[in-house]
Ligand binder design. Structure first.
Ligand SMILES: [Zn+2]
Length: 451
């Protein structure tokens, strides 16, 4: 397939913006990039996909999300509003994840995947919880990802909060699914696996040890760290150590591990994260919504931590997340010089591509280059000032929005063309989720603590 009449944004290092270019895809890879006239001569037989002058760029990548959260939209939390993040967990997320059946898990994933295709996010790293439907839950999500045509990294969050048996069922689900991805190409090789852990505050010493023992060699953990200060105080009470020290002692961290948030870590923990090569993901919309503060991600990056950008279950609108990151650190520090758009691009483009690419190493990911995975989007943006590789991050923050994505391609397959979804039936998926929602909400009401 020859994509013609494109303005390519390659996101190479350094980035290039190439007008009147064409890009040739064969199977699931980008084969060649060149000036339009040269490429039409070189590939005379190719089927054309006319970009009509739109920007063509790598699909966005989300480094941390929760497909299971879709039913939270519009749901009422009974009683007094949660006053802090621990209450948000107790009154919203824990009773909601208990309410999910495997059918709900599938429907929730379908809704999130529709939004991902629509908004041009082609790879998502998910963190899943459904304590009353653990076994097989990752298979169900992988079927949804398979049908969507997107790319995803899945895990199940192990926790002690529902008792020993469920903690062990969570461990078994991670191990089973990691082994499955090694035995077979799940979703044609577009689904990879990690080992999920909820957070230090719901994991005992014994469970951390059991997870370390159980994880297959070469796999990494994906865990929330210090999203709220209570996680640090819990760790100190339980182990006499701060969280990162505790996780290092259990050999949880390292270059294959993802730590989400890291808002309340101290200077020593920052150094430990950097020295261990652990990935840290930043989710500014979620942090603002939960009132948990702002991670010091500029310092993390100066310390050498690869910081990535995720959505934490908000819609997969990565440019909204860019804008929020860009704005949050300015108001948090009362300094407009903080968090330049170039720093946001380092997280959201280059670091996200390195992280996601580590799960799909057979070809480069997140870049338009010969040999790379053919994951790309068309963006209908008409800049009224010159758009250059240097000012692109600011053009994105101030000009792009996720609704401008008109065409989404992953692994060489067109998933949305001219804003029409081709692999998923958006209306049917929304209707099915709306049918299931009242029962999910009714179960949630039974699990939610009354006060
Ligand atoms: Zn999260």
């Amino acid at each position: 397939m020859l994509i013609t009449n494109a303005t390519l944004i390659t996101w190479e290092e350094p980035n290039r913006v190439l007008e009147n270019y064409a890009l040739y895809i064969d199977g699931d890879r980008i084969v060649a990039i060149g000036p339009q006239s040269e490429m039409t001569t070189r590939y005379p037989q190719a089927e054309h996909l006319d970009a009509r002058g739109q920007f063509v760029m790598p699909g966005n990548i989300c480094a941390h999300t929760h497909f299971y959260g879709a039913f939270a939209r519009g749901m009422a939390i009974p009683g007094a509003p949660p006053k802090d993040f621990p209450e948000i967990l107790q009154k919203l997320w824990w009773p909601l994840d208990k309410s999910l059946t495997l059918e709900d898990v599938r429907a929730s994933a379908d809704v999130m995947l529709v939004e991902a295709i629509r908004h041009g996010t082609t790879t998502l790293i998910d963190h899943h919880a459904s304590p009353n439907a653990i076994e097989g839950s990752l298979d169900v999500i992988s079927e949804a990802v398979d049908q969507s045509g997107l790319r995803a990294v899945l895990c199940y969050e192990v926790t002690d909060r529902d008792g020993d048996a469920k903690a062990h069922a969570g461990i078994a689900e991670n191990v089973r699914f990691i082994e499955r991805t090694r035995r077979e190409q799940v979703a044609g090789g577009r689904v990879a696996a990690m080992f999920g852990l909820h957070a230090s505050l719901t994991l005992s010493e014994a469970t951390l040890d059991a997870c370390r023992q159980a994880i297959p060699d070469g796999s990494g953990f994906h865990i929330h760290v210090a999203e709220h200060e209570s996680d640090e105080y819990d760790s100190l009470a339980k182990s006499g150590m701060r969280i990162v020290d505790r996780l290092i002692r259990h050999e949880i961290l390292g270059p294959r591990a993802i730590v989400a948030h890291a808002i309340h870590v101290d200077a020593r923990e920052v150094n430990l994260l950097a020295d261990s090569g652990t990935w840290v993901t930043h989710q500014p919309r979620s942090n603002m919504n939960n009132g948990v503060g702002a991670a010091n991600v500029e310092s993390f990056m100066r310390a050498g931590i690869p910081v990535c950008l995720g959505t934490d279950g908000f819609t997969s609108t990565m440019w909204e997340e860019w804008k929020t990151a860009y704005l949050l650190h300015k108001v948090w520090n009362r300094d407009p010089r903080r968090m330049s758009a170039a720093d946001v691009a380092t997280m959201a483009v280059y670091n996200n591509a390195s992280l996601a690419g580590s799960f799909f190493p057979e070809a480069p990911l997140g870049v338009l280059a010969p040999g790379a995975h053919a994951d790309l989007i068309f963006v209908d943006y008409h800049p009224h000032t010159p758009l250059t590789p240097e000012n692109l991050p600011w053009q994105i923050v101030f000009g792009f929005n996720d609704g401008m994505v008109t065409t989404t391609i992953a692994s060489g397959k067109v998933l949305m063309r001219d804003s029409k979804l081709l692999t998923l039936d958006e209306a049917a998926i929304s209707a099915h989720a709306r049918e299931l929602a009242p029962a999910v909400w009714a179960r949630y009401e039974k699990f939610v603590p009354k006060n």
